[in-house]
Design a protein around this ligand. Structure first.
Ligand SMILES: *Cc1c(COP(=O)(O)O)cnc(C)c1O
Length: 459
């Protein structure tokens, strides 16, 4: 970008500019993400095999690698209007604080009660469950954002919602739990003693603080054993990346409207849904050879699935009740160190992003926890938003890129995803403010233990 950008500080699209379709980036991928496999037969899972677990329409979306644009049903469009379009903000105060010639923009998804982008997919998943005439859904939640989002979505459509919450978060974030209960959800710490898989994990790892992988196993077990229930997942799956494309579609519309051409697009990556959604239309252009962008996934050093993981078929959950996905993984037995407070604790990564990364369409980097909170602090002070620790991974990388521009004098345009707010993460902020936060970098031996759990399929 050489021309000075004359854009408002906050770009709010008009209500009628909210996209009415989701964009399915798989349609433009020459090499499609690998299909989910049945753990018994090792064959691609069929529609019929997925029906006990997922809602029918969501399975169709999961399997659809070809339809480029998928209509957003009217009731979902209506719900989106409660909190969308989300603003694309020109981070002028951050630019000034960093004394950088770079142009920094962020797309803020924290403007709803769940406090993150997760509501974009939660409302879609609840809608399809309702359409199918189900009684309710089950799910897992880690830091609590997904559970909160799904609770809100279920209460909107009058569905029951059973949430298995990773025990460490259940204990550290009682307020999240109360938001979910306010929306009528049942919240159980995981691993619990209510399910077969929970009892098994508790026996094998006494005193475990849980992981997303454990909580997923429990939620799936409950969904498949209760009449009229299905399981819903807040990240990783193709369908979730599809729903989150609303973030990228709005961003692209705003960019086109104001002539903003990003050089670098940055997002934090846990299971890959916000990043997959933010980059979708830009990646589409890149895949079709129409434009080029640097795309950077940012993950914590303590859970480095892209930067140090293996690209292999692995179970999506610790209890091995879920299908297998080909993805960058640390092994389904990998449990990140409990002193890692910054979210993004999942052992695997979206198969869509994994394939794109594997094929060289994007980069990945990992950042240390204290550096992430330093970035969060700077951002909170100058831009006025207390970021979620997950989002602060993207802030860190965006700041680092902007600081490089200060060295080189380049006026690069950087867009990053600010996925949510950090009001329920004040325990982590407390340890940062007290100077007791540490940086845990797993050793090769730590990782080897997780890798040992990746099944050898001989594929
Ligand atoms: C869940 C969450 C993430 C990470 O999930 P992705 O699927 O990788 O997007 C990031 N930020 C916030 C605020 C979240 O709630």
């Amino acid at each position: 970008m050489t021309k000075k950008i004359e854009v408002p500080y906050k770009i709010y699209l008009d209500e009628n500019e909210i996209p009415t379709t989701w964009y399915n980036v798989r349609a433009d991928m020459k090499i499609k993400p690998a299909p989910l496999l049945h753990p018994g037969t090792l064959k691609p899972l069929t529609f019929e095999e997925m029906r006990p677990i997922f809602c029918d329409e969501l399975i169709r979306q999961e399997l659809d690698n070809d339809t480029r644009f998928i209509e957003i049903p009217e009731p979902i469009q209506e719900f989106y209007k409660m909190y969308r379009p989300s603003p694309l903000t020109h981070a002028v105060f951050l630019e000034k604080a960093l004394d950088t010639p770079a142009h920094i923009f962020y797309k803020f998804e924290g403007n709803n009660t769940s406090g993150s982008h997760k509501l974009n997919s939660a409302i879609a998943q609840a809608y399809y469950a309702k359409e199918q005439g189900l009684k309710g859904v089950t799910t897992e939640t880690g830091a609590g954002q997904w559970g909160t989002a799904l609770s809100m979505a279920c209460s909107y459509f009058g569905l029951d919602c059973k949430v298995y919450m990773v025990k460490v978060s259940y204990e550290q974030k009682p307020f999240r739990r109360e938001v979910m209960r306010t929306y009528g959800a049942n919240v159980t710490p995981s691993p619990s003693m209510d399910t077969e898989v929970g009892r098994r994990i508790n026996a094998e790892h006494p005193g475990t603080t849980g992981s997303l992988g454990c909580a997923i196993s429990e939620a799936v077990e409950v969904a498949t054993s209760l009449e009229g229930y299905r399981y819903e997942l807040g990240s990783v799956l193709n369908q979730v990346v599809l729903h989150q494309s609303i973030i990228g579609m709005e961003t692209k519309t705003a960019c086109d409207k104001y002539g903003i051409k990003p050089d670098i697009i940055i997002g934090c990556a846990g299971g890959g849904s916000n990043l997959g959604g933010l980059i979708a239309p830009f990646m589409g252009e890149k895949l079709r050879g129409e434009a080029d962008y640097r795309i950077i996934a940012v993950e914590p050093v303590s859970c480095p699935s892209l930067t140090r993981g293996r690209y292999a078929y692995d179970f999506a959950d610790t209890g091995k009740v879920c299908p297998m996905a080909k993805m960058y993984t640390l092994g389904h037995d990998f449990i990140p160190s409990p002193n890692h407070a910054g979210g993004l604790r999942y052992h695997g990564m979206s198969p869509v992003l994994s394939q794109l990364y594997h094929d060289g369409f994007m980069e990945a980097r990992s950042v240390e926890q204290t550096a992430v909170f330093e970035a969060a602090e700077t951002f909170a002070r100058v831009e006025g938003i207390l970021p979620a620790p997950e989002s602060a991974h993207a802030i860190r990388a965006a700041m680092d890129e902007a600081l490089k521009c200060r060295e080189t004098g380049e006026e690069k345009t950087i867009i990053f995803g600010l996925t949510g707010t950090g009001y329920f993460d004040l325990k982590a902020y407390e340890s940062f403010n007290n100077g007791t936060m540490s940086d845990y970098i797993p050793t090769d031996e730590d990782l080897a233990r997780g890798f040992a759990s990746i099944p050898d399929l001989g594929l």
